[in-house]
Design a protein around this ligand. Sequence first.
Ligand code: SAH
Ligand code: SF4
Ligand code: F3S
Length: 470
Amino acid sequence: MHIPDLKKARIRSDKKVLEKQIEYNYPASFLNKKYFLRTYGCQMNMHDSEEIRKYLELLGFQETTVLEESDLVVLNTCAIRENAHDKVFGYLGRCKHLKITKPDLIIALGGCMAQEQNVVKEIQEKHPYVDIVFGTHNISDLPKMLLEKKKSQEIEVYSIEGDIYEGIRYSRDSKICAWVNIMYGCDKFCTYCIVPYTRGKQRSRKLENIVNEVLELKKNGYKEVTLLGQNVNAYGKDLEENYNFKDLLEQVSKTGIERIRFVTSHPWDFTEEMIDCIRTHENIMPYIHLPLQSGSDRILKLMGRRYTKQEYLNLFKLIKEKIPNVSITTDIIVGFPNETEEDFLDTLDVVNTCQFDSAFTFIYSPREGTPASQIKDNVTMEEKESRLQRLNALVNDYSLKKNQLLVNKIVPVLILGENEKDKNKVYGYTDTMKLININGGKEFIGSIVPVKVLDAKSFSLDGEIVSEES
Ligand code: SAH
Ligand code: SF4
Ligand code: F3S
């Protein structure tokens, strides 16, 4: 049994990234058994779930979307905020209940929560019905754990990340858009954030492996790739090779895949040559998610974000000047310990200046083991909630305004599929990452088509296809 130690995430010092190949010759011992997979958190976790799904399929499992039908439940968890945590424990309660009537049900918990020492302890002490716990560094151990499952609870979670696996196979959610990991972990250690502890230090994949994966995806008909990392702009900094995110973008662009996106960008590592590269390559989409977190220099410093309000604004301006139709979205945290009204007004000021296309907004949530969780806080929850509401009202106004600017314009849209609520419609995304619903157009699923925007809401657009030419 391996149990993670949060502090250990800090002490990995070797910069070498070694590669390993995964073995895939599992016996299909679970034929006719069903699995239920629930994913919480960010794209990183969703992509990990595509890997988990592949292993389960190789073992013979079939997916079900009905919890009660399942023989195996896998919860791929997120630890970013307390409520993410609570949701998982709430769901475990449901699984426990089901296990009373279905004693052979296997319950497995993976993802970022599994990397937290206190969570693992809590599961050991209070949730003995959870059969398997696996971490973010050993997803590929899940098949072995299922095949060899012992009678008692089995916990295999490593605090220190291992080598990078290449040639991972995925059962992908989409046949049109694919996620591609370019790096794992994060070295930034923002003081509020648990990710460097749950995902480990930054490890970049080799450029040629990423390019080969994109080429393979293109060969298989994929139209869009999203390069994934907690801080994509720092790509390569941990490698001995002398290349960076701009070089990677250039090489991925050369594969000729139709659309390239990337998340998440960190303002501190964003360089002008990266902006130029995005501007000059047509298949790199004009969309940047650029988390602000706070507009107050005092709070930014306490957060360990490494930029000031002015530096953020300068970068924002440069991006806007260089990439004419770019859309920029952001993440903002309100109620960091001891945030004053003045600090908060600084955040609103940046929102007013930047007029983001959209923003994810959060109330600060203390995470055990992070430096910020040690700070004594004098802001009441009531105050934090009121700030969140004020912020959301402003952010949503700008989202609507930005979307309205597109009405009557013709935009390129990659059509992804039928609209779930209205089968007579399809949905897709503009180059600037705006969700758009379109009447008819099923024959265009998987294609990029010009669409005239007819109407705008805060979170989506309506449009019609104007020609068959892309
Ligand atoms: N690597 C990305 C985002 C990682 S997590 C980046 O640095 O921007 C996604 C978002 O969750 C963060 O941008 C932040 O806004 C929010 N977040 C992270 N930790 C949080 C915490 N403890 N409380 C509230 N929000 C948090
Ligand atoms: Fe967390 Fe900061 Fe890393 Fe983003 S950059 S994952 S907020 S530590
Ligand atoms: Fe959550 Fe882990 Fe992603 S904590 S946001 S699932 S990296």
